[in-house]
Ligand binder design. Structure first.
Ligand SMILES: *Cc1c(COP(=O)(O)O)cnc(C)c1O
Length: 365
């Protein structure tokens, strides 16, 4: 059997380790395992959403409404856009995949920051496209425009706030990049953590309303993070109808489940849950900042629901991540991104207590 040659170049995406694996491998009781690795909402899922899932359980034998009308209507009202501007995906990941397939081929290239969401690269490589990265993990205008002029990529990814670093790019800077790029290049603005950035500092708030005037820009959002629906797999893209129409050609029918659809509709209407999640998150994030300062390491100012601790050469992120894992603490080692750093999802007060206690022991302090 001969596989597609593009596969030789692709590394399998490494997802955050599940709690079950730590229980199996290290024999730690599941209540002693703390998973702060996948940027899920630590509070869980809104009670209103749980009710909607249960209420729809007896429709599990039915395909969902493939027009996803109610969800689009809820999103259209949230963002003050039209339903024709929206496509729903099984996570915004699936929308990224549609974009890659709709735009790229093996003569094309894409541009992204030095350290950003790993799936951009994987989807682009699946199409045989070349990958270019800027020098910095921050999204810097000069670096993006210089690389854009040199390589004329077909897609530029702007992840703001950025995963796995947690920094954000201001609305002004994003618009400046967009304005310097011609319509031949698609710009993807990935706002997976935008709810957190918007609440922290409005200068980082970017939404479909800032972007819909451009025919070559798409905004991506997800229910997986602030909305607490990582397990339901629902995300969306918002752009001008011509682009949305092109992405629809890549979409399989019924691409999210009946229960996911019901959950996302309820979540979208439930503003209080997200607001409460963000308040709790902001309190807990401060503890991580204080902890870093007390223990003498640097961190990246976070506009997301996670924080990245940066280590100097006397500390090794791989050793630290392994030692934490053996104690039942799952975080993200960023060594594979070329950073001596770890990314920790900010959890509940109790989860964070556990993290700090284990981390101090690992550091032998
Ligand atoms: C989590 C995440 C996504 C998408 O997650 P889905 O669960 O597929 O919606 C997209 N971009 C970034 C940067 C993310 O961190």
């Amino acid at each position: 059997m001969k596989l597609n040659k593009v596969l030789e170049n692709i590394k399998i995406y490494e997802a955050g380790k599940p709690i079950e694996l730590v229980v199996r491998e290290f024999g730690i009781a599941s209540e002693d395992v703390v998973k702060l690795a996948s940027n899920e909402n630590p509070i869980g899922t809104s009670p209103v959403v749980k009710e909607a899932i249960i209420a729809n359980a007896d429709k599990a034998h039915l395909y969902p409404d493939d027009s996803m009308f109610e969800l689009k209507e809820a999103l259209a009202s949230k963002y003050a856009v039209g339903e024709q501007n929206i496509i729903i995906g099984a996570g915004s990941d699936q929308v990224l995949e549609f974009i890659s397939r709709a735009v790229l081929d093996d003569n094309s290239s894409v541009l992204m920051s030095a350290v950003t969401f790993a799936m951009y690269e994987i989807y682009a490589k699946q199409m045989g496209a070349k990958i270019y990265k800027t020098a910095s993990f921050e999204h810097k205008y000069d670096e993006f425009i210089e690389a854009y002029q040199m390589y004329k990529p077909k897609i530029i990814y702007l992840c703001t706030p950025n995963n796995p670093t947690g920094d954000a790019t201001s609305r002004e800077e994003v618009l400046k990049i967009i304005n310097a790029v011609d319509e031949e290049t698609l710009i993807v603005v990935d706002g997976a953590y935008m709810e957190y950035a918007r609440a922290k500092d409005s200068k980082y708030a970017i939404g479909p309303n800032d972007l819909l005037q451009f025919s070559n820009v798409i905004y991506l959002g997800t229910f997986s993070k602030a909305y607490g629906l990582g397990g339901m797999r629902v995300g969306y893209g918002i752009a001008q109808p011509t682009l949305i129409g092109a992405l629809y050609k890549m979409r399989p029918p019924f691409n999210i489940s009946t229960l996911s659809l019901a959950a996302a509709i309820a979540a979208c209407r439930d503003k209080t849950f997200v607001e409460e999640s963000i308040v709790l998150h902001q309190e807990q994030l401060q503890r991580y900042e204080a902890f870093a300062k007390e223990n003498g390491f640097a961190y990246i100012e976070s506009y997301t629901n996670f924080i990245t601790y940066l280590f100097t050469d006397d500390m090794d992120s791989t050793n630290i991540a392994d030692a934490l894992l053996k104690r039942g603490v799952i975080i993200r080692n960023l060594a594979s991104y070329g950073l001596n750093a770890i990314r920790i999802t900010v959890g509940t007060a109790k989860q964070n207590d556990m993290f700090f206690r284990h981390f101090l022991e690992v550091l032998d302090r």
